[in-house]
Design a protein around this ligand. Structure first.
Ligand SMILES: [Zn+2]
Length: 173
């Protein structure tokens, strides 16, 4: 095998990293890296692109999570406030989306988190109406609507769960 100098090694490094170097060049660089600590540290010291991609991915994931939480909370608040109106049927679309988001964020913890959130929001809305004197305390309809929305949300959770299961299976094959 031909030995190469440090300068030659440094010239070839980018080609090896990009995977476009010839097999001989790659072997020569690898052989040189084994014997030369300076080139080795240079080779590994240059920030590998993988780290940056991972960081960006984590940042994106975080942003998606924050957005999902906000969307979920807004959706619950919005959906609950539709209850008294004629647009209440939109909740058959909104609640499954909330359920799906809940599953993405919390996995199966969403099973009890979302009903609790729905109950709290319903309770608050009812309480506000009560304070304004527009509503009377109606525990029965409070629980009924919460249960109904929870069922819709559960539907979304199950769909999201099945989809992610199918997706994972496809990737593991
Ligand atoms: Zn060297």
């Amino acid at each position: 095998m031909n030995k190469i100098t440090c300068d030659m090694c440094m010239d070839l490094m980018p080609l090896v990293k990009d995977g476009i170097a010839s097999a001989d060049s790659k072997d020569a660089v690898e052989a040189h890296l084994e014997t030369c600590a300076v080139c080795r540290s240079l080779y590994h010291g240059q920030a590998p692109p993988v780290v940056n991609t991972e960081k960006a991915f984590h940042k994106l994931k975080r942003q998606i999570q924050i957005f999902s939480v906000m969307f979920m909370l807004f959706g619950i608040f919005f959906g609950v406030n539709l209850t008294a109106g004629s647009n209440v049927f939109y909740n058959s679309l909104i609640m499954p989306i909330i359920g799906a988001l809940g599953y993405i964020l919390l996995r199966w913890k969403a099973l009890y988190t979302i009903p609790i959130l729905l109950l709290i929001t319903h309770g608050m809305t009812n309480l506000l109406g009560l304070i304004r004197g527009q509503e009377h305390l109606d525990i029965y309809s409070l629980l009924m609507w919460t249960a109904l929305y929870s069922i819709f949300a559960l539907l979304g959770m199950v769909i999201a769960g099945l989809l992610s299961y199918a997706f994972r299976k496809e990737h593991s094959v």
